[in-house]
Design a protein around this ligand. Structure first.
Ligand SMILES: [Zn+2]
Length: 415
């Protein structure tokens, strides 16, 4: 890969400073060599330079939760009844041909790049996304899902997961990681949670769990009531043990919460739950637009941040939100927790990197970090700070996206 030097009228390295006339030099290994004021960043004679005049240069965005294998599926828009919607998604997925998942994953990654997202934390069970990330030269963590609500399914589910982890390991590399995802408390038994957490510890894999999302999930674990409990009874699945706690407490009691755990959604969480998550060192993928679309309510974002939890933003799938727009999530998060523009932008850059445990490699423009960059048109006028202007931009304002110094997206000139 050739080295590359990028400069722009404004640069936001996401280290607390904004640089007017900033530049970044990316080496042939894809990592940042130098970053700072244009005049101070070297100009090696053989390195191509590119200048963006009316634009802002910042680290590529990080989406901490999505399901790219669902790219292209239509007809399963959020339903008033979350349990019914989940079932419909499972049915639609089952109808999709195996090779269609890989094509969908490639399209999903290209769509992410077109909106400035350079690292993707994805959950799915087809294995297509990790393969597509490896084939496309992308960056991300693919959390491989495991299901099995009946305790008797545990052995079969676990041996399937072990085989998948073995099979998918060949797609991992310096930019592509594999994780595991025991899907959610309404699709995974307690024994399977315990076993998957042990597997993750032994194999040193990160974990992602959908947690404390819907009221039906809370009711299942509180007293065995609600739509999920009804569905379990209809299938002769025994109620979770023990009943009477919250989803967060239930996962804690099964040894799932640790600093390797990414908890997705965390809407139905009280103060004690937040302390539990903080004590465990777990991170949160906050998906405000998905939570709203499904009517789950608002996550306690301000309290999560005050408790010192690592929080990143996620879009969830196109079936929940229609279109993956991480900056729209940042605007929603800002409103929800009364954040300033810089804090909101950090939730999809530097703080998102921390949530994924990747803060030493991505999320900020810093020497040694990967040369993942986003260039957006300066929508300027009337908005005073650079952070405000990035936050006010939309997917159509993305001019170019770079992953490890390689340009993976260029906007077409407007007609
Ligand atoms: Zn999800």
């Amino acid at each position: 890969m050739p080295a590359r030097r990028l400069s722009a009228r404004w640069m936001l390295p996401m280290d607390g400073h904004v640089v007017e006339e900033g530049a970044v030099l990316i080496g042939a290994d894809g990592r940042i060599v130098a970053v700072g004021p244009d005049a101070s960043v070297p100009r090696p004679p053989d390195v191509p330079v590119e200048r963006f005049d009316n634009a802002l240069l910042l680290p590529g965005l990080i989406n901490t939760h999505t399901h790219l294998e669902l790219t292209g599926l239509v007809g399963s828009r959020p339903d008033a009844d979350f349990a019914v919607w989940i079932r419909r998604v499972r049915t639609d997925k089952a109808a999709r041909a195996a090779d269609a998942f890989l094509e969908a994953a490639h399209r999903g990654i290209a769509d992410c790049w077109a909106t400035g997202v350079t690292t993707i934390a994805d959950t799915g069970d087809s294995g297509a996304v990790i393969q597509a990330l490896a084939e496309a030269g992308g960056s991300g963590i693919a959390y491989h899902e495991v299901f099995g609500p009946h305790p008797d399914q545990c052995e079969a589910s676990l041996s399937g997961l072990r085989a998948d982890v073995e099979r998918l390991g060949r797609f991992t590399g310096s930019r592509v990681r594999l994780g595991v995802s025991p899907h959610a408390p309404y699709t995974v038994s307690g024994v399977l949670y315990v076993a998957t957490a042990a597997l993750a510890r032994d194999a040193d894999l990160p974990i992602a769990v959908h947690l404390a999302e819907s009221r039906a999930e809370t009711a299942l674990l509180a007293d065995g009531s609600g739509a999920f409990a009804d569905a379990w009874r209809a299938r002769s699945i025994p109620m979770p043990e023990p009943l009477g706690g919250t989803p967060v407490a239930w996962l804690e009691s099964h040894g799932v919460l640790s600093d390797r755990t990414l908890c997705i959604h965390v809407v139905q969480a009280d103060r004690t739950d937040i302390l539990r998550l903080a004590r465990a060192g777990a991170a949160v993928a906050h998906c405000p637009l998905s939570n709203g679309a499904h009517g789950h309510g608002d996550a306690p974002l301000a309290a999560l941040l005050t408790a010192g939890l690592r929080v990143g933003l996620g879009t969830d799938s196109i079936l929940s939100v229609g279109y993956l727009d991480l900056l729209a999530e940042a605007r929603a998060a800002r409103e929800l927790a009364d954040l300033d523009a810089g804090q909101a932008l950090a939730l999809c850059t530097s703080e998102a990197a921390r949530a994924l445990g990747l803060e030493g490699a991505i999320g900020a423009l810093r020497p040694g970090h990967w040369g993942d960059c986003l260039v957006v048109r300066d929508v300027g006028v009337g908005r005073d700070t650079a952070e405000e202007r990035v936050l006010a931009s939309g997917p159509r304002d993305v001019l170019a996206t770079f992953v490890g110094g390689r340009d993976v997206y260029r906007s077409r000139p407007l007609p």
